[in-house]
Write a protein that binds this ligand. Structure first.
Ligand code: ADP
Ligand code: MG
Length: 688
């Protein structure tokens, strides 16, 4: 067996109880352990002469214990243990509080290194509760750049350092290098054993940087390689369909009930151009909420159908799929065409679904809108030519790939309201082309956003009543449905009951939450669309894509529970018609970061600014969603900062796959490794 696959229990000093603690950190094997990277480092290389130690600073000193421990009790009953430490230049006091064992830790004559904060106590410079280690020549806790790890109960920094260190000794430089030497040279990557040693116990800053660079590169490189494998290994010039109805489509635009914005026109042109080319389109349309992406999708679908192919569009929720279905059907009527369209979701009756699937496979249905249910293996297309995914950040990379696999080289269109920074999209899609709709349809008023405390709720509700009486509708979002969590969150259900009986007596209120049956959900949305329901109280299920232009106020309770991007999505549910719209963030949180976040929301409506800030605040792992999707994890790379490394990795991927260099003999090991890892991921997908 590969040493790395062995249990941590092979290490000296690790029994079952310590193994259990490590397991809580996700560490079970030697491999896990050596890839458990430090969160930060402390530079303890510099030893200060005691003479130069000042009160109120952080110092490392090395000295000799010059007395037996002095143990006293303070007036308040605190046990104090005191030592005097001296070097050639002077002496200072070291004290420990409430530690019965402290007095036996050192004896006079011991040479000890202490690291800690100093202060002035009884007019003497004193180090309180410092970290310490008896001086030895090869220390892992002092006199070096010292790693600090994420901990768990019952495991101290010193202990985990020791465990990691012995794992490194155990592997003894035998970690297999999968990058060939010339590849490492070309992309300035350190060797793997050097890297692992130095990420934990760096000899100096330069080595640490080299280790970090290699590991970051590796993270991005692996992800990009998996993407290519998912796409079926052929990045270069995929032959695609030459759709030929773009003239007709441009002609139909005149029949739409509004004039396209300049941005929409430009993006449509880009899409039609791509579709007409004999190369498969791979394009992302980015446009803030409400910028009008759906109509572009519709026109692309028409181009596809008119060219004799079927088109499919996948949405992340049933409500959204149903809404797209209605919108597209409506547009089809408006342009006076006779095109068959079907909705495929998980809640369809089996018999009916079978029927639809039959019609799709025969090619009688031209446009299919749906949810994840579209991924169902039984669903086969007659001649699928265009695959559109909406609000893609909800989908895993692999889901898109699965849908795509139902056709041979279809054109791909991804629509997203989350502006993805260029670097992130490079990681996620490689060579994806990006079209941006950076203009809202005319006559949209800026959504006014306010941040208030719950004490103002009553006044707010009076305002809501006024809007409803003028004919508008409202959303109220409550983060949770059941009162299950210990946190004092307002449960949507209870909340709904309460306002029905008090503030909004006589008004129609609908409740929507995640676990609700889909038919019920749709029924309520239907009633909201047609104006019968005045207020929708919901958890976050309305987050994406819902379009009810008459709804003009969005109230978000416990707004502190949401991140910036989510708040922006929620806010995007209003401001979709010509009436002035409002977004009210309610929160009583005292946390400074929450306050800053909510204030930021009141200051801007710009999705790009918000996404940038969100990325800064949350980091990229969560936004990528790589973890949920069983993709390789990002531990070190920081998408918002490591542009150079991402670019280098992209170059590497191009070199290897486009130029087919990966087939060279010295790359066998790497290719095998990637294939094995890829197989593991696909297995995991099959299991889910
Ligand atoms: P999103 O980009 O968030 O998916 P939608 O496609 O749902 O936005 O469009 C939002 C609303 O704007 C819809 O009601 C749509 O009919 C309307 N709309 C789209 N384009 C225009 C336009 N050029 N002029 C006026 N209204 C438009
Ligand atoms: Mg949309």
């Amino acid at each position: 067996m590969n040493k790395l696959d062995e249990s941590v229990m092979v290490l000296k000093g690790i029994g079952s109880s310590k193994a259990k603690r490590l397991s809580r950190l996700g560490i079970n094997t030697i491999r896990d352990l050596i890839h458990y990277y430090p969160k930060r480092y402390k530079d303890k290389r510099l030893i200060t002469n005691i003479k130069e130690v000042s009160p109120a600073g952080y110092f490392n000193i090395k000295g000799i214990i010059s007395n037996k421990a002095e143990v006293l009790k303070s007036k308040r009953g605190i046990l104090i243990t005191k030592f005097i430490v001296s070097d050639e230049t002077g002496s200072l006091v070291v004290i420990f509080y409430n530690n019965r064992f402290a007095k036996d830790m050192f004896k006079p004559g011991d040479t000890v290194i202490f690291s800690g904060r100093t202060s002035l106590i009884n007019n003497r410079i004193t180090m309180e509760c410092p970290e310490y280690e008896k001086a030895v020549s090869n220390s892992i806790n002092t006199l070096r750049i010292v790693p600090e790890y994420g901990l768990t109960e019952g495991l101290s920094q010193k202990e985990i350092r020791k465990v990691v260190y012995s794992a490194l000794e155990y592997t003894d430089n035998t970690i297999e290098e999968i990058f060939p030497a010339d590849f490492r040279k070309a992309f300035k990557l350190a060797e793997i054993n050097f890297t692992i040693r130095n990420i934990h116990f760096p000899e100096d800053e330069k080595n640490l940087q080299m280790a970090q660079r290699r590991l970051k590169f590796q993270e991005v490189f692996f992800l990009q390689s998996y993407m290519i494998k998912l796409r079926g290994n052929s990045v270069d010039e995929e032959k695609g369909i030459e759709f030929n109805a773009s003239k007709e489509v441009t002609g139909l635009v005149k029949k739409l009930p509004y004039k396209l914005t300049g941005a929409q026109e430009r993006v449509l042109e880009e899409v039609l151009f791509d579709m007409t080319r004999p190369i498969a389109m791979n394009r992302l349309i980015q446009g803030d909420v409400g910028s009008g992406k759906t109509v572009i999708a519709f026109l692309a679908l028409i181009n596809c159908v008119k060219s004799g192919y079927q088109g499919v569009m996948m949405a992340p929720t049933e409500i959204l799929a149903a809404q797209h279905f209605d919108t597209i059907k409506n547009y089809i009527n408006i342009i006076e065409e006779n095109i068959s369209i079907a909705l495929v979701t998980g809640s369809l009756k089996m018999s009916y679904r079978k029927e639809i699937q039959e019609e799709i496979s025969k090619g009688n249905i031209k446009i299919v809108i749906g949810t994840h249910a579209l991924l169902n293996e039984e669903l086969e297309f007659h001649n699928l030519g265009l695959v559109i995914t909406d609000e893609q950040h909800r989908f895993g990379v692999r889901q898109r790939a699965m849908l795509k696999s139902k056709a041979s080289n279809p054109d791909m269109l991804v629509m997203s309201a989350t502006p993805i920074p260029r670097t992130l999209s490079l990681v996620l899609y490689g060579d994806l082309d990006i079209s941006v709709i950076d203009e809202l349809p005319p006559n949209r008023k800026k959504i006014e956003t306010y941040y208030i405390g719950s004490d103002k709720r009553e006044r707010l509700f009076n305002f809501v009543k006024k809007l409803i009486n003028e004919g508008r509708q409202a959303y109220i979002v409550c983060p949770l449905v059941e009162e299950s969590e210990k946190l004092e969150l307002i449960s949507a259900k209870e909340y709904c009951e309460k306002i029905k009986k008090s503030y909004f007596k006589g008004y129609n209120i609908g409740l929507i939450y995640g676990k609700m049956k889909n038919e019920e959900k749709e029924k309520i949305m239907e009633e909201f669309y047609n104006g019968h329901i005045h207020i929708i109280v919901s958890t976050t299920v309305i987050e994406v894509g819902i379009n009810v232009p008459n709804a003009t106020i969005m109230i978000i309770e416990n707004a502190e529970r949401f991140g910036l991007a989510q708040l922006h999505q929620l806010r995007g549910r209003v401001g979709r018609g010509s009436h002035q719209s409002y977004c009210i963030l309610i929160s009583d949180s005292n946390s400074k970061s929450v306050k800053d976040r909510l204030r930021f929301m009141t200051k801007t409506n710009d999705g790009f600014l918000i996404a940038k800030k969100d990325l800064e605040l949350r980091g990229s792992g969560e936004i990528l969603g790589t973890k949920q999707h069983g993709m390789p994890e990002f531990k070190l790379i920081d998408i918002s900062k490591d542009h150079d490394i991402i670019k280098a990795s992209k170059e590497a991927v191009d070199l290897l796959y486009k130029k087919k260099k990966i087939k060279d003999v010295q790359y066998h090991k790497m290719e095998k490794y990637l294939d094995d890892e890829f197989a593991k991921i696909t297995d995991e997908i099959a299991l889910n």
